[in-house]
Design a protein around this ligand. Sequence first.
Ligand SMILES: [Zn+2]
Length: 174
Amino acid sequence: MPFAQAPTGALQLKWELRDHGWARCHLANDFSQASLVVSYCTDALADLVAAAGGLYGQQRTTRFFFDAEPQEIRWVLRAEDALIDVTIYEFPDVSVSPDLPDSAGTVIWQSAHSRRLFSHAVLNAAQTVFTEHGEAGYQAKWMLHPFPVALVQDLRRLHLRDDACGLAHDHAHP
Ligand SMILES: [Zn+2]
């Protein structure tokens, strides 16, 4: 399993709600970018925020997936020393791939960040969505799931308490 050898700088993460239960998750750093189109078959933004929050506990590896209908987009977050290794795999058919090992997928993103920068990017993306759409607007577009208010509040609390983040947190937040 390859790990990024060094921090790959700040992560830019953007979450765009589309209509009818679709969203686009855009990732970029100094070296690469990826664009993931995901459906509401899973509560994708909530799963991402929950996984970031999980990095503050004892768990060293967290997995979750987005449903790209039909692809599975599997995220694997590994806490390695002071860095969070972020690897995203794509599998062609989500109806069978959740039983497959990571090695059966295609790596479509890999980066490594301090927890502070990773969590800041996730929190910022979620708060930007909230600022833009609000709770009612979010559910109107994402349909099957409400905005993950409690998970975002948890992540914000953990991030501000434990990460000594000096970056701005000036978005509206739930
Ligand atoms: Zn921050």
